[in-house]
Write a protein that binds this ligand. Structure first.
Ligand code: ZN
Ligand code: ZN
Length: 395
């Protein structure tokens, strides 16, 4: 017979909590906080966790919160992470729960991620159907500020040991409730390059007396695409996107300088190194060839996110048990976005997965985006069951 404790981790039971979770999510959505400023969100998370009997540690790596719950004598431990920060976007979703903070919006669904993990926190505390320790990691500053690394550098894994770590991100364009898994290199490394080309400015009518940085920039825009086309193995994935081009203020003036901003993505350390080497060499030689000088600011961002095979398979099995094979996709990806969860996976085994946010959902970082509330109970039930299964395994 199914015990009351086991009964709690079923999806249906969490449906009872759906109104409660929706309220939390809408509250977070109305009050979004930018990276490194998640004060109110962290306080709310800490308050709930305390209420539910967790040992709560605040201010881990900034506004990070860790909730620890120990049950029984089990020696195993597991961590599950949610991110909490919002983006500098003015919301245009038209939702009744739209942001009340001008110019700030939960456009990446981190309000949903936080709420799902809170739902699991509540359920795990109610059912206490495991033996060991669970650390629920509420992370700040995922959007470009490497909150994961900040928490790690503040002793996350020493202070809150875990055998593995899990996390997820919602995925627009895929049916809500569908869980997507990929083993190995799952999400890309993301590097940022700022190229400042300096020439010699002057009159538009006397170009022979100038070194035109606009012409050099134009030529470079085309030449840079040759790096992926001709220097990288066609079987590997690499992306060079020139996202910003800035030069000049008047049609009759050749400016002194021009800048290009690049986003460079890869899924393999060797490819990442090769991209850096080739972009740097090509840009330097190219600009010099035209008689200009150049500064290259090559900033390495989040590393490749690599899921470990055993934990990915485990996480996939838990998903199949919960929602059935029809709503589980494996293998999925690779995904060309990047995630600071990669830093955790450089140190611990684990799996980062995606959860469909609806076929019609606008993409994340779009002003019309909204997290799909039907996922709240799915995510909460999934994390509950994953923790219970992980901490039920023999050592
Ligand atoms: Zn984002
Ligand atoms: Zn995100």
């Amino acid at each position: 017979m199914t015990s009351v404790k086991q009964h709690f981790c079923e999806l249906g039971d969490l449906l009872d909590a759906s109104d409660f979770l929706r309220e939390i999510r809408h509250h977070l959505h109305r009050h979004p906080e930018l990276s490194l400023h998640e004060v109110g969100t962290a306080a709310m998370v800490a308050e709930y966790l305390t209420q539910w009997g967790y040992e709560v540690t605040r201010n881990v790596g900034g506004h990070g919160v860790v909730g620890t719950l120990r049950v029984g004598e089990g020696a195993r431990s597991v961590a599950v992470r949610a991110d909490m920060d919002a983006l500098p976007i003015t919301e245009e979703s038209g939702q009744p729960h739209a942001s009340e903070v001008k110019g700030v919006m939960h456009a990446c669904g981190h309000d949903g991620h936080t709420t799902m993990l809170l739902g699991a926190a509540r359920q795990l505390a109610l059912s206490r159907n495991f033996s060991g320790a669970v650390n629920l990691v509420f992370q700040p500053a995922e959007e470009g500020e490497a909150g994961a690394l900040r928490m790690i550098e503040d002793g996350l894994f020493e202070r809150f040991p875990c055998d593995a770590i899990f996390g997820l991100h919602n995925q627009p364009g895929v049916a809500a409730g569908t869980l997507l898994f990929g083993g190995g290199a799952f999400m890309s490394a993301s590097d940022r390059v700022l190229i400042t080309i300096r020439g010699r400015g002057g009159h538009a009518a006397r170009p022979q007396l100038t070194v035109d940085p606009v012409l050099i920039a134009g030529s470079l825009i085309m030449a840079l695409q040759s790096v992926v086309a001709r220097n990288i193995d066609p079987a590997a994935i690499a992306i060079v996107t020139i996202g910003t081009v800035h030069a000049g203020i008047a049609t009759n003036v050749i400016p002194e300088s021009a800048t290009l901003g690049l986003s460079v993505r890869s899924f393999d350390a060797a490819v990442r190194d090769r991209l850096r080497e080739r972009i740097t060499a090509l840009v330097s030689a190219h600009v010099e060839g035209y008689g200009g000088t150049v500064e290259i600011d090559y900033e390495l961002g989040y590393p490749v996110l690599v899921n470990s095979p055993a934990e990915t398979e485990f996480a996939r099995q838990v998903a199949e048990e919960l929602v059935g094979p029809a709503q589980v996709v494996f293998p999925y990806g690779p995904v060309t976005g990047s995630e600071d969860f990669a830093y955790y996976l450089e140190r611990k085994p684990g799996c980062f997965l995606r959860l469909g946010n609806g076929v019609e959902s606008p993409m994340v970082h779009n002003a019309s985006y909204d997290f799909n509330d039907t996922n709240l109970t799915v995510g909460a039930a999934y994390w509950t069951r994953l923790v219970e299964r992980f901490l039920a395994q023999p050592l």
